[in-house]
Design a protein around this ligand. Sequence first.
Ligand SMILES: NC(=O)c1ccc[n+]([C@@H]2O[C@H](COP(=O)([O-])OP(=O)(O)OC[C@H]3O[C@@H](n4cnc5c(N)ncnc54)[C@H](OP(=O)(O)O)[C@@H]3O)[C@@H](O)[C@H]2O)c1
Length: 347
Amino acid sequence: MLKTGFIGAGTTGTALAVGLSQKKWPVVAVFSRTLSSAQKLARLAPDCQICDTAQELVDIADLVFITTPDDVIAQVCHEVQWRGNQSVVHCSGAHSVDILEPAREHGATVGSFHPLQTFASVDQATQNLPGSTFALEAEEPLLSTLKQLAILLRGTWVKLKPGDKVLYHAAAVFACNYLVTLVKLALDLWQDFGVSPKEATRALLPLLQGTVNNISDIGLPGCLTGPVARGDLDTVERHLDALQAKDPSLLTIYKVLGLQAIPIALAKGKVNEQKAEEMKALLGHPEFFARCHSEGADRPNNLTQGTLRQAPKGRRDSSPRQIGAQNDRRGVRTTEKEIRNESYAEK
Ligand SMILES: NC(=O)c1ccc[n+]([C@@H]2O[C@H](COP(=O)([O-])OP(=O)(O)OC[C@H]3O[C@@H](n4cnc5c(N)ncnc54)[C@H](OP(=O)(O)O)[C@@H]3O)[C@@H](O)[C@H]2O)c1
């Protein structure tokens, strides 16, 4: 077993060090920018020595994890003298092993070991680690060691090819960070009902947990529910009108995600091709978003304007659904319903 050290005693470094130490993997050394962080890790991982410098740690350990923030990894790697018979690993999801080039130049073997997990605190990270997938980048024999570590931590692993990392990390951002962002948008809408963010969070959490359970138990596409999955055009239209009145930037997000939900609904089989086309017409065609982007649109409403350019000239909105009225470049006001009718007429 390789004597292992950690440079960077933050959330990830500490959770990994503690997890490995509990499995009797020799975690022998830690160095961190702040002594108190290193002390905290050392308290949780018996037999772990606190080093005064990164170089001292590198001189002791055979396998070195650089668990600093991403922006510091290359600098830390550059500042120490590596040996030919040692391995250096970072835990970044965004960077490939290339940022460890200074170590490779000294003959060290380099790799990356990214836990596909969200760590907000050491305690929570320690709890969440088991069951996680670790994305590995390394050549043998380091690759086999990293697989062994993933299994020791009660996780599984996936090997990434050079060049895979960026899209891999973008996928993680969708599934984790942007899920949080969507919840924040939902909470903001709840502020209209006079409910505190804390109460709103409590109300939405069972929905979120139920959704995750359904993804796990039923899987895609069967776990998709809601108006797009059912083909409820009127409900979607009412959402569009209300969001337009509330905040047009939310309307844009709703439409983009709604369009992405249509193929899932089709695959689930609860809507047919015709209903899917109607839903697409209501939510707007993807080409329309691309066109608005290429036109250099900087205001959320420009997306709406792109659609409205297709509306008959001189149309005035006299329908009772004034709440969803939008302005096109000529100042003509048109509702989502009219846009939808216009899209039908084009076919
Ligand atoms: N958090 C997550 O959800 C997560 C998930 C997967 C992967 N990762 C990856 O794990 C790595 C660490 O992220 P993290 O979230 O654990 O960060 P973090 O909690 O901020 O911890 C980073 C630690 O590095 C230490 N540090 C900073 N600069 C240093 C330097 N020049 N020399 C030595 N130590 C230094 C910090 O110092 P002090 O405390 O000593 O001041 C801090 O404790 C990153 O590559 C990240 O991409 C994070």
